[in-house]
Design a binder for this molecule. Structure first.
Ligand code: PAN
Ligand code: ZN
Length: 186
């Protein structure tokens, strides 16, 4: 039987207490994500920093799960540190992203090619509808921390975005995050 409990979420560190799992993505695990491969190789060789960390609170016997994503600031070439991005496997599963600290941009793309962005800033909860791929981008100089919540069995389809990329990129143009076409979009 599951029992209720209060879960503390620290809005600055993203720590979840108690948590049920976590993983860390180092830059070297994100090969192919950034266009500037020379800058990528250089950053990996110079220490392979952590790009982001995900902490979760999930019980397989329950339909909802939540947790945090903690994204480090950084850039590879003119692209900011970003998550891999994915569709959910279950076609009826959306998600919410509630930003607690930092600044970012959520890049979304529907199955039929619509592109939208939602600003990620403290106090804003982004609504991610089902069948929209979503990628978070830390456009600020500090950690970007957000709480996510979705169905426990939503599932992650990473392959689609890994293979063909997203239609748009967010690049630093003169210090401003700017949405541009992805020349490599297949
Ligand atoms: C989030 C993401 C998390 C990391 O929990 O999984 O921010 O991003 P990637 O999974 O794209 O690497 C979520 O959207 N879960 O469904
Ligand atoms: Zn998701």
């Amino acid at each position: 039987m599951l029992f209720p409990e209060g879960v503390a979420i620290d809005g600055l560190s993203g720590e979840v207490t108690p948590s049920t799992g976590r993983y860390t993505k180092k830059l070297s695990e994100l090969g192919g994500l950034f266009r500037d491969t020379a800058a990528f190789d250089k950053a990996v060789a110079a220490g392979d920093p952590v790009a982001y960390e995900v902490v979760d609170y999930r019980k397989e016997e329950c339909d909802i799960a939540f947790g945090t994503t903690i994204m480090m600031p950084g850039k590879i070439g003119d692209e900011y540190f970003m998550t891999r991005g994915h569709f959910h496997e279950r076609k009826d599963c959306g998600e919410g992203y509630y930003t607690q600290s930092g600044q970012g941009l959520l890049l979304l793309e529907s199955r039929d090619g619509e592109v939208r962005t939602v600003e990620m800033k403290p106090g804003v909860c982004a609504f991610i509808p089902p069948e929209w791929a979503h990628r978070s981008i830390n456009t600020g100089d500090e950690k970007l921390v957000f709480v996510w919540f979705c169905a426990t069995d939503a599932g992650h389809d990473y392959g689609t975005i890994r293979e063909r990329g997203m239609r748009k990129l967010v690049v630093d143009k003169g210090g401003k995050p700017t949405l541009v076409d992805n020349p490599d979009f297949a």
